[in-house]
Write a protein that binds this ligand. Structure first.
Ligand code: SF4
Length: 268
């Protein structure tokens, strides 16, 4: 992992585009979209996932994070263009949908790059989508090549317990992506005692079955590497007693999701 010095990207007051508030930038991302990617981590998230490894991205608002301009991010990308040949730019978080104007401007500029079209990917929980004002996301979604959509739990009550939020906006965002035909990879963190039952995974499969634009499924085994961050920040960690997920069970649970999808699509 290579993080860039954010001072070098400080917001450019002369930018033609809305500035972003960002947490950090990873210049050699290999897990958030295809190929090697520049990954921009936005500042601010309204969710409070019990297993979140980045609680330092939660704070939102004018004073949180570091301002960054579209121009500076693209310059950083272009300075290593050959390196990103089969990759592109991913915007992650925190929650990038909190800043649709910035992300929309960045993605549009990436597609229009004079050095060649740059592949764009949005890594999101979908929580900040507003189904009452979908037009606010037109620019962003109109220039988005791929979405990594994180579904935390298929059961509404457990979803709220695990994240502090209803899943309604997340599901509405999934519906919006399906309506637009934007390719989506579903991500699901598998946490012992929370999301590791065959029943829950089958239910997840049924939940996402109507979305015909789903092109991939990533089952991410929960690990405990984020615990030290909570200790450093002096924050309580809700899953302190939960062990890391046994990776050997992931294929079985993945099959359960696919089985649920297939059953729902066949009307069973
Ligand atoms: S949505 Fe992501 S950044 Fe926000 S609390 Fe959950 S895991 Fe953390």
């Amino acid at each position: 992992m290579a993080k860039v010095e954010l001072n070098a990207l400080a917001g450019d007051a002369a930018s033609r585009f809305p500035l972003g508030r960002i947490h950090s930038i990873e210049t050699m991302g290999t897990v958030d979209g295809p190929g090697i990617r520049l990954v921009v981590f936005c500042q601010g998230c309204p969710m409070r996932c019990a297993y979140c490894h980045n609680p330092d991205t939660w704070a939102a608002g004018a004073d949180a994070g570091t301002p960054a301009s579209v121009e500076h991010i693209l310059e950083l990308f272009e300075s290593n263009h050959a390196f990103y040949r089969s990759g592109g730019i991913t915007v992650s978080g925190g929650e990038p949908l909190l800043q649709p104007d910035f992300v929309g401007a960045l993605f549009t500029a990436a597609h229009d790059s004079p050095h060649g079209r740059i592949h764009t990917c949005l890594d999101t929980s979908g929580i900040a989508f507003d189904p009452a004002a979908p037009e606010r996301f037109d620019a962003l979604l109109g220039a988005c090549d791929l979405v990594l959509l994180d579904i935390k739990h298929a059961d509404p009550a457990v979803h709220r317990e695990l994240t502090g939020r209803s899943a309604a906006r997340i599901l509405a965002f999934g519906d919006e992506l399906a309506r637009r035909g934007i390719p989506v990879v579903i991500r699901h963190v598998v946490v012992p005692g929370y999301t590791d039952s065959v029943e829950e995974c089958e239910r997840l499969g049924r939940l996402i079955a109507p979305w015909r634009n789903v092109v991939g499924l990533e089952m991410l085994p929960y690990h405990t590497m984020g615990v030290v961050k909570y200790e450093r920040l002096g924050m309580p960690y809700r899953l302190a007693d939960v062990p890391a997920m046994d990776k050997a069970r992931i294929p079985e649970l993945r099959q359960a999701v696919l089985r649920g999808m297939k059953a729902a699509r066949s009307g069973a």
